[in-house]
Design a protein around this ligand. Structure first.
Ligand SMILES: [Zn+2]
Length: 333
């Protein structure tokens, strides 16, 4: 696809595909929102999920009073392992997609170029377009939810690594011989600080018979651990202090590995408990007190929660549509 071939088309469509909903945003060539639509994700079959996405795109275009002929390209953020160059989704567990040529199928159904990227990486691209981060060349977006992963912007571009696995920090080993992770290893960040890990920790402590208001919630959820901590429960606070320590350790490693200017936290756990950042910052403070290098490199103002009311994933999908593979590969001059 050459850019000049599509210059007469003035709309870009971004799609954030989630396990429960599909959000579509139609943007014009000035980056202004022209329409949007959100639909529940169809999970009846892998093809049904794709049909649901196509329907949602059509509806969003009707809202924007546009049609497919006006669309230059479509970008999609997918919760899974994606091969952007080939448009293949290797694995998206929540959508039951395995080695699906999603890009090709959608392109045939819609007659418009479709670009795919992992949803967390798409969100990192979306942050780059937010006024707070527009000038930032080195940034990490960390999604903390059922899993943990990062989208990395390095030297102003999305960094994917040799196998598209850059940013899979959920499987950085934090505690050798720690709890078992889904990947088969032990002590991964994801096994210690993800949403399910926090809930599991709460349940396990409850089983010991210790006195905690967590017993009022059955089963214990991530949100209930945050609620109990906010209500002053010392056990719930201790769980979150520990989570803050593991995340603080992971952020320190990110800063030391990549020298990023900002790290932005998002995802389900981050939105379940806004106090998560406080627990992380407490750990960062301890690291700064212990080392002059940490004091220099880990500035508290580097760490943010995702901007409220800003759909980074959805805007990142629009960026994908605008730039196609140029978001991933250095431009050749
Ligand atoms: Zn793992």
């Amino acid at each position: 696809m050459s850019i000049s071939a599509v210059s007469s088309r003035e709309f870009y469509v971004g799609v954030d595909v989630g396990g429960s909903k599909v959000a579509v945003l139609v943007s014009d060539d000035q980056g202004r929102e022209q329409g949007r639509y959100v639909a529940p994700t169809r999970l009846d079959s892998s093809r049904g999920t794709l049909e649901g996405i196509v329907d949602a795109i059509h509806t969003a275009l009707r809202v924007a009073q546009a049609d497919l002929e006006d669309v230059a390209a479509i970008g999609l953020g997918i919760p899974g392992r994606v091969e952007p160059e080939e448009g293949i989704v290797h694995l998206a567990v929540n959508l039951s997609w395995q080695n699906m040529p999603v890009g090709q199928i959608l392109q045939e159904a819609l007659g418009t170029p479709c670009w795919l990227e992992n949803d967390v990486r798409a969100a990192a691209l979306g942050l780059q377009r937010h006024p707070l981060y527009a000038q930032v060349q080195n940034l990490a977006y960390i999604s903390i939810g059922t899993g943990i992963s990062a989208g990395l912007i390095l030297n102003g571009r999305l960094y994917r690594g040799a196998h598209g696995m850059a940013g899979e920090i959920g499987h950085m080993m934090m505690l050798r011989d720690g709890p078992r992770c889904q990947c088969g290893s032990r002590g991964c960040l994801e096994a210690l600080a993800s949403g399910p890990a926090i809930a599991r920790r709460g349940e396990a402590i409850l089983q010991t018979g210790v006195k905690t208001i967590l017993s009022e919630w059955k089963p214990v959820t991530t949100r209930s651990v945050f609620q109990a901590a906010e209500a002053g429960d010392a056990i719930a606070q201790a769980i979150l202090q520990e989570v803050g320590r593991y995340l603080g350790q992971a952020l320190q490693q990110m800063v030391m590995a990549y020298d990023v200017e900002h790290i932005v936290l998002g995802g389900g756990v981050a939105s379940a408990g806004a106090s998560l950042l406080d627990y992380v910052l407490t750990d960062i403070k301890h690291q700064r007190e212990a080392s002059s290098l940490a004091k220099e490199m880990l500035q508290p103002e580097m760490f943010h929660m995702q901007p409220q009311n800003y759909e980074a994933g959805l805007w990142g999908a629009v960026v994908l549509a605008e730039n196609g593979l140029h978001t991933m590969q250095p431009l050749t001059i």
